[in-house]
Ligand binder design. Structure first.
Ligand SMILES: NC(=O)c1ccc[n+]([C@@H]2O[C@H](COP(=O)([O-])OP(=O)(O)OC[C@H]3O[C@@H](n4cnc5c(N)ncnc54)[C@H](OP(=O)(O)O)[C@@H]3O)[C@@H](O)[C@H]2O)c1
Length: 319
């Protein structure tokens, strides 16, 4: 990539530090609010005439993400009798049956469903698809959340079925997910609407073209891990400064939570929020200077580029 040459990095490091300084001392006139993005935010429950309520949905794989989606749908008012799950793990099945769902260790049980959600690890997908191929027929259709498994692979294994590929993320487990949906070639409006509603039950959704899913994977799919990494390092630093662990953990988590709420107000850009915290020659400016000198900004860009590259590699491996 052209813009990762050392020369480019050096120049950018200097100018970005200058722009940071500029923002700290510049006037704080808020920018106009950016145009509303085409996200769908979580709603308490779908309207009573939503076709979602009439569908039977079977989850193949009921681990972390399958369980989160089931919980989200139940919380939105989806009747438990419309949901099924198949999983070889007795522990996962026990957890799901406590929610009032029918469970099985046989994936072929999904024959009775209208929509099949594939929520197994990517390495399980070839064998799961091989099992399902002769058992599924239109008008049944499929949603896959497996990272790095492209639509072309899914469509070649399930040749007549509409397929939606989704990249959700871990905050879906607390109803605060971010899911990007890419539509396969046989997907119609009715499938798309239902798929959006399913993921809307666990957070925000956005529709993207499939090639953007590598970037989405890097940004929001893997994103929670970057935040947890930051929290871990931040907490370690707090301990070194003498705070007790309980205070350090709470101070970090509450600071993250409050800052996210400010960002969500969408009235100021991150840079403008920085200016609200930092005063000239103050403590925040001292800290930010170290972050810029140590090129943290470029480490983050490089980390996300590595994640997107790996996502592309994984997709190619399954083709
Ligand atoms: N976790 C995330 O943050 C995240 C984010 C975005 C996308 N995803 C995608 O979501 C998918 C599921 O991830 P997860 O975190 O929910 O994984 P998980 O917690 O391991 O859940 C997968 C479940 O599938 C079961 N399973 C294994 N083989 C199966 C088979 N042949 N048929 C039916 N079920 C089977 C597993 O049982 P055993 O435990 O017995 O193997 C497990 O209960 C993955 O493809 C991942 O790429 C995850």
């Amino acid at each position: 990539m052209k813009n990762t040459t050392p020369g480019f990095r050096k120049e950018r490091a200097t100018s970005s530090f200058r722009s940071l300084r500029g923002s700290l001392i510049s006037s704080r006139a808020p920018r106009p609010t950016p145009p509303a993005p085409s996200f769908v935010s979580p709603t308490p429950r779908p309207s009573s005439h939503s076709p979602l309520y009439e569908r039977r949905i079977c989850f193949i794989g009921a681990g972390t993400m399958g369980h989160a989606l089931i919980q989200g749908l139940l919380a939105k008012g989806m009747p438990a009798r419309q949901l099924y799950a198949a999983d070889p793990s007795p522990q996962a099945r026990r957890k799901i049956s406590r929610l009032g769902l029918s469970v099985s260790d046989d994936n072929r049980e999904c024959r009775q469903a209208d929509v099949i959600v594939l929520a197994v690890k990517p390495q399980e997908m070839p064998s799961v698809l091989a099992d399902l191929a002769s058992n599924l027929h239109p008008p049944q259709w499929v949603i896959s959340i497996a990272a790095g498994i492209p639509l072309s692979f899914l469509e070649s294994r399930l040749p007549r079925l509409p397929i939606v590929r989704v990249m959700p993320n871990l905050p879906a487990t607390v109803g605060q997910g971010f899911s990007a949906l890419a539509m396969g070639c046989r997907v119609r409006l009715r499938h798309r609407r239902i798929a959006m509603e399913i993921f809307n039950a666990v957070g925000q959704v956005v529709r993207v073209a499939e090639p953007l899913l590598d970037a989405i994977t890097a940004v929001s799919g893997s994103g929670p891990a970057y935040v947890f990494f930051l929290a871990q390092v931040w907490e370690e630093a707090a301990l070194r400064l003498g705070l007790p662990r309980a205070v350090a953990r709470r101070a970090v988590a509450q600071t993250l939570k409050g800052s996210v709420q400010l960002l969500e107000k969408n009235s100021l850009s991150p840079q403008e929020w920085i200016a609200r915290v930092a005063s000239k020659r103050g403590t925040t400016e001292a800290a930010l200077r170290v972050l810029e000198q140590r090129r943290v900004r470029f480490a983050i860009v490089a980390a996300l580029q590595a994640a997107a590259k790996r996502s592309r590699q994984l997709s190619r491996l399954s083709q």
